[in-house]
Design a binder for this molecule. Structure first.
Ligand code: FES
Ligand SMILES: [Fe+2]
Length: 382
C-alpha cells in the first residue's frame, strides 16, 4: 500500500515538474504530458476541487430557457443545479435541492410559474423563494418566508450561460475581453441552438479538450470529412489569454466563401473558424454561419460527460442544410471518439512515453492548456 502511495506521489511530482516547465519552454520545445496527468485519480480530485469547483462552467444556451418560466435542471460536478428564467425576466441559477429533505426538485427542462418538489409538493417561485409547504402547519422554529433555494453565480456571455459552484468567483467577462474582440463580429448571441446532445465518452476530459483545440489532426484523422473544409495547413495560433486559448481553422479557399452570417464580418473572418476554449470545460468552434460548442465535465479519469450543441446564425435555415451540418458534425465527432477512447488505453500502457508537440500553429493551444493548468493546479501538485 505504501509502495503504491509513493509510486503515486512520484508520478504526481513528475506531472508537477512537467507542468512547471511549460512556463519556460517555447512552443517549439513543447512536449506531451506524463501518463499520470490523465490517469491519476488524485489529480482528477484536485481538478474537480480547484477547476470545476471554482471556475465558471458553461451550462448551455440562453435560448434553452428563452421564455419567463422556462427552466432546465443539470448536474455540475455531482451538484444538482437548476437554471430558471424568472417571471421577472431575470435568469438565475439555484441549487436544485429541496429545503425540506433534500430532493432534487426540477428534472430535465420545463416551463411553469415555479417549481414543485415531487416528494411532498413544497413549491418555490421562479426567484427561488419557498411559497408553500402543504400540511406542514405553523412552525415557530421555521421561517418559511425567509426560506429560499441557495442561489449560484450565473453569467451570460455571447448567448452562453455560465454557472459557478464558487460563492464569489471573479467575473468572467473581463477575463475574456480580448477573446470577445475576436469573436464579437460573429455575434454568437444572435445564433440559435438547433442541435443538442448529451454524451458520455470513455476518455479523459483533458484529452477531449486538447483534441478539440488542435488542428494538427484535422487533415490526418478527419481526411474524409473536415480536411476538405478546414485543412491542417490553414491553422493559425490564437494568442492565449488568462482564461482562454485557441486557434484559427481556415476554411478551404477552393470552397465558396460563406455568405451567411453577421454583416460586421470581414472576408478574413468569414474565411476563419475561431476554435477557442474557456477552461476548464467549455470549447467552441465559431464560424460565420454556424458554430459548435461543448460543455465538458469529468466523471472519472477515463469517463467524460458532455453537452454538445450546434448553433446557427439567423433563422433562414432550410431543414436539409441543418441536417447536413449535423451529419458532418456527428461524423467528425465519431472519428474523434474512436481516437479518444483508444488514447485512454494507450496512456495506461507501461510503454507510453512523452512525445514532442508540433509547434504553435498546430498544437500550440495544447501547450497553452498545460500552461493554464500549471497556473491553476501546479501549486496544488507541488
Ligand atoms: S423533499 Fe421536497 S417536499 Fe419533501
Ligand atoms: Fe477532431
Amino acid at each position: 500500500m505504501s509502495a503504491q502511495r509513493s509510486e503515486g506521489s512520484g508520478a504526481r511530482a513528475a506531472v508537477a515538474a512537467a507542468l512547471e516547465r511549460t512556463a519556460e519552454l517555447p512552443y517549439e520545445r513543447a512536449w506531451s504530458m506524463p501518463s499520470a496527468f490523465y490517469t491519476d485519480p488524485a489529480i482528477l480530485a484536485l481538478e474537480r476541487e480547484r477547476l470545476f469547483g471554482q471556475e465558471w462552467l458553461c451550462v448551455g444556451r440562453r435560448e434553452e430557457v428563452a421564455r419567463p418560466g422556462d427552466y432546465m435542471a443539470l448536474e455540475l460536478c455531482d451538484e444538482p443545479v437548476v437554471v430558471i428564467h424568472g417571471l421577472d425576466g431575470v435568469l438565475r441559477a439555484f441549487a436544485n435541492v429541496c429545503r425540506h429533505r433534500g430532493m432534487p426538485i426540477a428534472r430535465g427542462k420545463g416551463h411553469g410559474k415555479g417549481l414543485m418538489c415531487p416528494y411532498h409538493h413544497w413549491t418555490y417561485d421562479t426567484a427561488g423563494r419557498l411559497m408553500s409547504t402543504p400540511r406542514l402547519g405553523p412552525r415557530p422554529d421555521f421561517d418559511a418566508g425567509a426560506c429560499h433555494l441557495p442561489q449560484l453565480p450565473l453569467e451570460q456571455w455571447q448567448g452562453f450561460l455560465f454557472v459557478s459552484l464558487a460563492s464569489a468567483p471573479a467575473p468572467l467577462a473581463p477575463r475574456l475581453a480580448a477573446l470577445e474582440s475576436v469573436v464579437r463580429p460573429y455575434h454568437l448571441e444572435l445564433n440559435e441552438v438547433r442541435y443538442l446532445a448529451d454524451e458520455v465518452w470513455a476518455t479523459n476530459w483533458k484529452n477531449l479538450l486538447e483534441n478539440f483545440m488542435e488542428g494538427y489532426h484535422l487533415s490526418a484523422l478527419h481526411h474524409e470529412t473536415l480536411h476538405k473544409v478546414n485543412p491542417t495547413r490553414l491553422c493559425r495560433h490564437l494568442p492565449p489569454g488568462e482564461a482562454y486559448f485557441g486557434y484559427f481553422a481556415g476554411f478551404n479557399p477552393e470552397l465558396p466563401r460563406v455568405q451567411k452570417g453577421h454583416p460586421d464580418l470581414t472576408d478574413q473572418q468569414r474565411d476563419d473558424c475561431v476554435m477557442f476554449a474557456v477552461p476548464p470545460g467549455f470549447a467552441v468552434g465559431c464560424a460565420a454561419d454556424y458554430s459548435s460548442f461543448m460543455c465538458i465535465q469529468p466523471e472519472s479519469v477515463d469517463r467524460v460527460r458532455m453537452k454538445l450543441g450546434l448553433i446557427f446564425y439567423g433563422s433562414e435555415w432550410p431543414p436539409e442544410s441543418v441536417t447536413r451540418a449535423v451529419e458532418l458534425y456527428q461524423q467528425t465527432m465519431a472519428e474523434d471518439k474512436t481516437i479518444l477512447v483508444g488514447l485512454a488505453q494507450g496512456l495506461r500502457s507501461r510503454h507510453y512515453e512523452r512525445g514532442p508537440l508540433a509547434g504553435a500553429a498546430l498544437e500550440g493551444p495544447v501547450w497553452d492548456f498545460y500552461r493554464y493548468l500549471n497556473r491553476t493546479l501546479g501549486p496544488g501538485l507541488r
